[in-house]
Design a binder for this molecule. Structure first.
Ligand SMILES: Cc1ncc(COP(=O)(O)O)c(C=O)c1O
Length: 401
């Protein structure tokens, strides 16, 4: 197909509301590479926004999808019990910190956040939710109500959910909000331990520990949004394992379906058992093909010890990016955990120039942060050192100008 044709057709029939990082047309992807319409290979360090954790079209995921489609594509978990659904939940229980062991499947991150907030409200019988500055939890109206990372996200949609309060990322601010609202009125606090769309900002571990203790003392449930940071991205299965904490409720999505749409709300049996049958649900949640793909993905990560690779490649990449920071004053900060790394230029126009120029040289990087001032590195978790070096080479050449 001629270059530009897909873009032209897209503009005629697809809504412009979906913001695009750039105008890249592809025909496929394999491993760490995307293939452009003209056959050009692009090293993909965006992984569909932290989804393709084993790269594109990993053979085990493809095989699991093919196999599952021959048996059962959809049935609805409310109609019948099926293997893929329970097998993925069992695998999650195996990798989740105790007592998180009971899973509700949905289809996306934003839906996992909706589910988590509904669960917290239902169980505590309280109306309030506290969120934090710089948070991103999704685009549906409930999740949007607790999303603060860009003012633009909420513009044009008010009124949103009532009883939502925003705290700064410190314990005094949080305690002040609780005191003002009244502790008997707060169902939950929702937090990302590494703020994703907010710009790859790691929460202060002391604050997180204090938050856990304070929430417990006040009967406030703690919801961790591990949608971007979970399932190995930070070098441990979940970011909370870096902080030594366990939430009451966790949201997972992104890579969970091995590239197919899948999300999950996870909690303890004790909490989940208070969510009455029918109080929440959905037609497509826990779709057999998505569950089979997700299970295959998790098994590869486990069997091939890919978390070790995330730690070593993450450490290597971070150290190299820090070395670039020392050389190029345009880089103001390098931060992140594992293979969830951000380079903050504190200059959105320059960050845009970087991602556009990297793309023209065959490297897909995307931005994040309130103004898109941070360039993020989120390669596949099984990325090879040669690929990291290749990405660094292109990035540095672009920095040089
Ligand atoms: C931390 C976090 N929460 C929620 C979401 C929303 O997920 P989805 O786009 O699957 O609805 C995202 C998406 O980027 C995210 O990074």
């Amino acid at each position: 197909m001629k270059k530009g044709k897909l873009i032209e057709r897209t503009k005629k029939v697809l809504s412009p509301v979906l913001a695009r990082y750039f105008e890249l047309e592809v025909k496929g992807g394999r491993g760490a590479f995307l293939t452009g319409l003209d056959g050009r290979k692009y090293l993909d360090f965006s992984t569909g926004i932290a989804v393709n954790s084993l790269g594109h079209c990993h053979p085990n995921i493809v095989e699991a999808i093919e196999k599952q489609t021959r048996h059962l594509i959809h049935v609805c978990a409310g109609i019948a019990y099926y293997e893929a659904n329970v097998a993925l939940a069992e695998k999650l229980k195996e990798i989740l910190p105790a007592p998180l062991e009971s899973v509700f499947f949905c289809q996306s991150g934003t839906e996992a956040v909706e589910g988590a907030m509904k669960l917290a409200k239902y169980v505590t019988k309280k109306p309030g939710i506290i969120t934090f500055k710089g948070a991103f939890h999704g685009r549906t109206l409930g999740a949007l109500s607790v999303t603060t990372s860009k003012a633009k996200y909420q513009e044009g949609y008010k009124p949103l959910l009532p009883n939502v309060y925003v705290a700064s990322k410190d314990i005094d601010s949080f305690k002040k909000v609780v005191a003002k609202v009244g502790k008997g009125k707060i169902a939950a606090a929702i937090i990302e331990l590494v703020q994703g769309e907010g710009g790859y900002i790691i929460q202060d571990p002391f604050f997180v520990k204090e938050l856990v203790v304070f929430c417990k003392s006040q009967g406030i449930l703690l919801i961790l949004d591990e949608i971007q940071s979970g399932l190995g991205r930070t070098g441990k299965w979940f970011a909370c394992q870096h902080f030594g904490i366990v939430p009451d409720i966790m949201c997972i999505a992104k890579s969970l379906g091995g590239g197919l749409p899948l999300g999950a709300v996870v909690s303890s049996k004790k909490i989940m058992e208070q969510w009455s049958p029918g109080a929440h649900g959905g037609t497509m949640g826990g779709n057999p093909v998505a569950c089979a793909a997700g299970l295959a993905m998790l098994e590869v990560i486990q069997k091939q010890k890919i978390l070790d690779n995330v730690q070593s490649m993450g450490g290597y990449l971070k150290q190299k990016l820090l070395a670039l920071q020392a050389q190029y004053p345009k880089i103001k900060e390098v931060r992140g955990l594992g293979l969830m790394l951000g380079v903050d230029f504190k200059d959105s126009a320059y960050a845009k120039h970087i991602i556009n120029t990297c793309l023209s040289r065959g490297l897909v990087l995307i931005s994040t942060g309130a103004d898109g001032q941070v360039v993020r590195f989120i390669p596949p978790l099984n990325v090879a050192k040669a690929q990291v070096d290749n990405a660094l080479q292109i990035f540095e050449r672009v920095l040089k100008g």
